[in-house]
Ligand binder design. Structure first.
Ligand SMILES: C[S@@+](CC[C@H](N)C(=O)[O-])C[C@H]1O[C@@H](n2cnc3c(N)ncnc32)[C@H](O)[C@@H]1O
Length: 303
């Protein structure tokens, strides 16, 4: 994922790691990681523990519906950060995980991606020239396997998402569903993978949630969700259509996102500031000095 805002830029310099980038990165356990691919340093961050906890019961239901167990379901996470995925999914009771330090796109090209039952990942969010999410969605469409992908809310407004939901040549229809958390997820970069001050290693640049494809197992998962899942995953929502997502998980480009009234917007800002540990009544002060433009004269305003 990328910590740059939608328009790029941001406070941190863009750097790349891997071949042709920085030589090696320090792994939290003291060893060094040499990624065999070029990556934006802003993409180095791991799936939050809470996100694994939220999706684990759904993953278990998927395993049951496939006639497997938590121990036997084969999970593939194609994106490698610092290698904690296996341990953290193992802690949730899923030991059969493939997450290796290798170039996912080279594996696709060489036809060496592993056998798997479900793809579960949090991809890097960098766009040009990498276009990770788009490439991942193409891979998912081509394989037609179930997936659980943690990615930004804007994805459901993209053409590549619509393309991923088209009927496959085999005649199989996509059966997506979406799982939102109770609280916006915050991401951490493993120590040593970005040369920024410790404070900037934890951030939440986008609203993210789980984009899932259940295929023939979706109906069983939805049935389980209605009967028990809701109580097992308190605060999480499962929706079959992005139109039905809770407002705070809808993308700002989504026409179905209700516009808030002024008072509601202010209350929302206060709630968000409070959740982020800031003073909810803080007001942004305008810098002293003459205004650059008189109201209405700014060049971007239409005459
Ligand atoms: C957002 S992190 C998530 C890593 C892991 N899936 C997790 O959940 O902890 C994305 C990672 O993808 C890795 N990445 C970038 N390009 C890659 C590629 N071509 N093949 C495999 N991994 C790649 C980067 O090293 C980055 O740390």
């Amino acid at each position: 994922m990328s910590f740059r805002g939608g328009g790029g830029g941001g406070a941190h310099k863009r750097r790349r790691t891997g071949p042709g980038g920085a030589p090696k990165q320090q792994h939290p356990d003291g060893t060094h990681i040499q990624h065999p691919f070029v990556a934006e340093t802003t993409d180095h961050c791991e799936t939050p523990d809470q996100a694994y906890k939220d999706i684990a019961p759904i993953l278990e239901q998927l395993a049951i519906s496939m006639g497997k167990t938590k121990e036997t379901i084969k999970i593939y996470d194609p994106y490698f950060c610092a290698g904690s995925v296996k341990k953290r999914l193992g802690d949730e009771g899923f030991p059969n995980v493939y997450n290796e330090c290798e170039d996912f796109y080279k594996c696709i090209k060489d036809g060496t991606t592993p056998e798997f039952d479900v793809l579960l990942t949090n991809p890097p969010y960098s766009t040009k020239p990498f276009d990770h999410i788009e490439r991942l969605m193409t891979f998912c469409y081509d394989t037609g396997k179930p997936y659980l992908i943690l990615q930004p809310c804007y994805v459901y407004c993209k053409d590549y998402w619509a393309a991923c939901l088209l009927k496959r040549k085999s005649g199989n229809e996509a059966k997506p569903f979406y799982v939102t958390p109770s609280m916006r997820y915050t991401y951490r970069t493993p120590t040593g993978l970005r040369d920024v001050k410790a404070g900037a290693l934890s951030t939440s640049p986008f609203v993210t949630f789980w984009f899932c494809e259940g295929g023939e197992h979706r109906d069983a998962i939805v049935k389980w969700w209605c009967e028990q899942g809701k109580t097992i995953c308190p605060g999480c929502c499962l929706r079959l259509n992005p139109k039905a997502l809770p407002r705070k998980f809808k993308d700002s480009h989504d026409d179905t996102r209700p516009r808030l009234r002024k008072k509601q917007r202010e209350a929302l800002k206060r709630r968000e500031a409070k959740a982020a540990g800031l003073d909810p009544n803080r007001r942004m002060k305008r810098k002293k000095g003459p205004r650059k433009f008189n109201r209405g004269d700014a060049p971007h305003r239409k005459k």
